[in-house]
Design a protein around this ligand. Structure first.
Ligand SMILES: Cc1cc2nc3c(=O)[nH]c(=O)nc-3n(C[C@H](O)[C@H](O)[C@H](O)COP(=O)(O)O)c2cc1C
Length: 262
């Protein structure tokens, strides 16, 4: 079973490709926390790296998983460049459940956070071809039950980004806000948000304090009304994995909802 967390589809697509090669199944992490996985012989965790660390949503969900202590457990991080401490952090959480992560790897994909820095993630689709071979290797390693941990580089950057004083400077750079002048209250942002963090009151959208920074709302808003740093993301810079649809992301998160769509 391959469990994924995904805002813009890279992790979902990598999970699907691995599942196809391994003849396995995929499931959103948000659904998996409600199941007993203690009979699963092989568990994969696929999630992005944020700020050289694991996403807040993932670190909140992983401790709730009911896993088989004998399972072959692997972690794959689809990231823009460097996974930092993302693997290490989740491996520690899994170790607390008495399970040793057998295999881990990162794989480079378009960086969906580029929009926060005025760049276009769609300019990075070349990574799909460049790193396709790595995915083949990862799949055959896992199929062979190989035990190998790849921690990637930039661990110190992960430690730096986890310091609260640093987070106060960095996190606002990639924290979305809804521009109510552009918002047509279509509800797409609420549907793609894995944290039920966007609500509507008096016909106006509002972001709460529970954002995990997946940027799904920024990339999927059809009116470019969800902004970073009070700047609109140009339509051409909106990104999602080409083989992942809006409905896939909506389905991935729907069990984590408590806020109804407007
Ligand atoms: C808030 C945020 C921070 C990110 N930080 C990093 C990072 O530190 N290193 C990196 O290589 N990629 C980083 N990325 C890029 C994502 O890891 C990458 O685009 C990932 O594939 C997104 O996965 P998804 O499409 O499944 O949501 C960041 C993305 C976001 C949204």
């Amino acid at each position: 079973m391959i469990l994924y967390f995904s805002g813009t589809g890279n992790s979902l697509s990598i999970s699907r490709q691995l599942a196809e090669k391994l003849n396995d199944k995929v499931m959103p992490l948000t659904q998996a926390v409600n199941l007993d996985l203690s009979q699963e012989q092989r568990i994969g965790l696929v999630f992005p790296c944020y700020w050289f660390n694991a996403p807040r949503a993932v670190t909140e969900l992983v401790p709730r998983l009911k896993l088989n202590k004998q399972a072959y457990l692997f972690i794959i991080i689809p990231c823009g460049a460097q996974a930092g401490n993302a693997i290490w952090k989740v491996r520690k959480m899994i170790a607390a459940k008495g399970i040793d992560v057998a295999y881990s790897h990162k794989i480079r994909v378009p960086d969906n956070s580029a929009v926060g820095f005025g760049r276009n993630p769609n300019d990075q689709v070349w990574k799909f071809d460049r790193y396709a071979g790595r995915l083949e290797t990862i799949a055959s390693d896992i199929a062979a039950g190989l035990r190998r941990k790849h921690y990637a580089w930039w661990g110190p950057a992960g430690a730096l980004c986890a310091i609260p004083a640093v987070q106060r400077r960095t996190l606002p750079m990639l924290t979305p806000e809804v521009n109510i002048d552009k918002c047509v209250t279509c509800g797409i942002c609420t549907n793609v948000c894995p944290q039920a963090n966007i609500s509507f009151a008096n016909g106006k959208a509002h972001c709460g304090d529970n954002c995990t920074q997946c940027l799904a709302c920024v990339h999927f808003c059809p009116h470019q009304a969800v902004e970073l740093n009070h700047k609109a993301t140009p339509k051409a810079h909106q990104y999602h994995h080409p083989k992942v649809a809006l409905s896939d992301i909506t389905c991935s998160h729907e069990t984590n909802k408590s806020t109804p769509t407007p």
